[in-house]
Design a protein around this ligand. Structure first.
Ligand code: NAP
Length: 457
């Protein structure tokens, strides 16, 4: 059995699911394609889809804690953070229902030789491959816009959060989405490859690791299917000399410990002026010492377990390799006396360019602190990464902070704040962090046919 909920706080197997058969996948594809054709032939069907998304938002809000609990049991996140995730999904519903008509309106193009306009049309059935770290959010941010566009979706979610995937898809059906709109598949990698190659599939979006992205995008590329990839990050958090220290301290926990540090845009590398290094390191240590590990369903817990035994083992091996490679352990990396998959918040310094983890993503509560002499050097360090997802610049002079932000090779930069995700803000990266954007109008139109219609004079 591949798809299982193993509660990372108790290590108990709570649910197991049979893999979806080839015949069921074919039936799901057939239903999805029929839906695409029906919606494409009926422009008024957008009103039905808007009503479904409105209802979905209502159901999410009405069942906030029950739904959040499913995610917590699947992958261990704190219940309050899981509730926040449900709220954010409901906000996606509001935003896209309000904007769908505008985003799908034909767009006139000025030309001297005739009349031209762009029709915004659905592309067809999409495959979505999604990770476990935000079990609802990741599905919502691709499903909601594409459903409104008229692209039905076949979902392959992470094998360690199947109960969340099932719950989300059940909720969409309960909100009134007709069969074929969103189908959850407990599918193997081979089944997903075959699906992507199928002529009735128009494209694939994946959020996950570079390894998963490479595998899925190469199948899509060979089949000439459009893909978008939202991959990992090794985000730099650049502290400028005029940073407001109180604000900075308040940003450390959300930027590194939220979701037990398992966020693609978590701040993973803190770049600090050399003369501020001791003060900053002490600040991070004070924040890390205050965490309370425990039951993620208990609202007094502030640091959740990692998502799985495998995730903990991977992080431990990276920290071990970092230290063996010359990094200094300043704090943490001690065993935690709890049976769940807990990892003690850890601070590493003196990570040199030849350290084996220098260009790796550490997916958990580990802060790497680097020092710099000049801002030029700091910007070069921020950019010295295979990844280019998010970044933070902390400084009181906003004009200067903006100037620094513009020099960072990343898809996103937050000034005087840790990472965030909002419906209207495009989310995505450059370099090995992937291509394409999710959320905002950019995310809405990734799988839209910008169909040019030109009328000669
Ligand atoms: P992963 O191993 O790549 O898994 C992500 C999804 O891809 C899962 O559903 C996985 O299925 C599937 N998958 C992997 N290889 C596949 C293949 N060859 N064929 C078909 N499906 C395949 O990623 P992860 O390590 O679980 O997720 C964490 C990563 O996601 C981190 O690197 C994080 O930074 C990144 N992430 C990025 C963003 C963003 O927006 N840029 C957001 C969140 C997370 P199984 O579970 O069955 O293996």
């Amino acid at each position: 059995m591949t798809y299982r909920t193993v509660n990372p706080y108790t290590n108990q197997v709570e649910h197991e699911y049979e893999n979806t058969s080839d015949a069921a996948i074919t039936a799901a594809l057939t239903a999805a394609h029929a839906r695409y054709q029906e919606w494409r032939a009926d422009p008024d069907s957008l009103q039905m889809r808007k009503a479904v998304v409105t209802k979905l938002g209502e159901l999410l809000r009405a069942r906030r804690t029950a739904l959040a609990t499913i995610m917590t049991r699947d992958m261990g996140k704190l219940i309050g953070e899981a509730e926040g995730e449900v709220d954010l999904c409901a906000a996606f519903c509001d935003y896209y229902v309000a904007e769908a008509d505008h985003f799908l309106a034909p767009q006139p193009i000025y030309t001297e030789s005739g009349n031209a306009h762009l029709l915004k049309q659905a592309l067809g059935v999409l495959v979505a491959v999604e990770p476990w770290n935000f079990p609802f959010y990741q599905i919502a941010r691709v499903f909601i816009p594409n459903f409104l566009v008229g692209n039905p979706m076949l979902l392959k979610d992470a094998s360690n959060c199947p109960t969340s995937a099932k719950a989300f898809c059940d909720l969409v059906a309960e909100a009134g989405a007709p069969e074929g709109s969103l189908t959850n598949l407990f599918a193997s990698y081979d089944q997903i490859s075959e699906l992507i190659k199928h002529p009735l599939v128009a494209g694939v979006c994946l959020t996950g690791s570079a390894r998963g992205g490479q595998a899925v995008a190469s199948v899509a590329g060979a089949a000439l299917k459009k893909s978008t990839l939202e991959l990992g990050g090794n985000d730099a958090f650049l502290v400028l000399r005029d940073a407001d220290l109180a604000k900075l301290k308040a940003t450390i926990a959300p930027s590194r410990l939220y979701n037990a540090g398992q966020v693609c845009t978590s701040s993973k590398r803190y770049l600090v002026p050399a003369e501020m290094a001791d003060q900053f390191t002490a600040m991070v240590k004070e924040v890390f010492e205050q965490v309370k590990m425990g039951d993620p369903l208990d609202r007094s817990t502030t640091l959740a377990p990692l998502s799985s035994k495998r995730a903990k083992e991977k992080l431990q091996s990276q920290v071990d390799r970092a230290i063996a490679g010359g990094a200094t352990l300043v704090y943490g990396n001690q065993p935690v006396d709890l049976e769940g998959q807990f990892f003690m918040p850890t601070i590493l310094t003196n990570i040199t360019k030849d350290n084996p983890v220098y260009d790796e993503e550490l997916f958990g509560p580990v802060a790497q602190i680097f020092t710099y002499q000049t801002e030029e050097e700091a910007i070069a360090m921020a950019n010295d990464s295979a990844f280019g997802l998010g970044s933070t610049v902390f400084g009181a002079d906003i004009a200067h902070a903006r100037q620094v932000a513009s020099q960072i090779e990343a898809g996103m930069t937050w000034i005087n704040a840790g990472w965030a995700s909002l419906p209207e803000l495009p989310f995505g990266g450059v370099k090995q962090s992937g291509y394409g954007r999710e959320l905002s109008e950019f995310g809405f139109t990734e799988f839209v046919n910008q169909h040019l219609v030109y009328e000669a004079e």
